[in-house]
Design a protein around this ligand. Sequence first.
Ligand code: SLL
Length: 249
Amino acid sequence: MKLVLIIYLFFFRYNKISRTSRYSFFFCMTSNIKRLKSLSISVPILYGNKATKLTAENLRSISSPDHTHKWTVFFKPVLDYVNLTPLIKKVTFKLHETYENPIRTVEKPPFEVTETGWGEFEIIIKIHFHSNQELGINEKNLQIFHSLKLHSYIPQQDPDSDVFSVLYDEMIFQEPTEKVFEILTQKPVNLLPYTLSNPSKRYQEYVRSDEVEELAKLDLFIEKIKKKIEDEYILYNELNQKKLALIND
Ligand code: SLL
């Protein structure tokens, strides 16, 4: 179960450039409020779902007999102690219309919704920010699309174990107001050095220097695996030749 989560995180870190270009959020605005120029604050976030198969025992307590899973969809900062409540007014989760009151509103952490059901569908997670002048967040909400996952497609995994579909991303606050800076830097962890991997794509792509190193390591690893496959292939051909020679003898 933990392993699945690790694999997901690993996978999305590796694919981070494309993910981030799709989901990076920029909060920039024009107002008289003083802004900290040439500075961006990144808030690493996690969103996704956990799903548990309903057993005969806990099925009994549920009114709909066709429900097969219990699941929780959530949005949270990676670091539990990062407090986003001064910035976030509410988070809404838009469920499939087969659910009663499909738009669920959560006004304080934990920003999550737990339900039971039988099918997978896309959940729209909308983060609504406070419109306070001091915060200067022009973009008043941001939308994240999450595909609810109930079933594991990993053959090695026990089909009855919990399923996690958790994605990593970052909210990037560009040129934050002093207030936002103060809120997000109460703990030192939010200030990370950032390098643009491609300055011409300034608005699409942010890559942390340690991630560049990690990507380079992964590339090396991939090369090693490729080499191993090639060697195995050569060996296979040699053995096959020998086999054919023996058959012909
Ligand atoms: C599918 N396109 O067919 C999807 C729809 C809908 C899931 C999935 C309903 C829960 C309830 C529920 O699980 N909906 O009846 O309260 O797979």
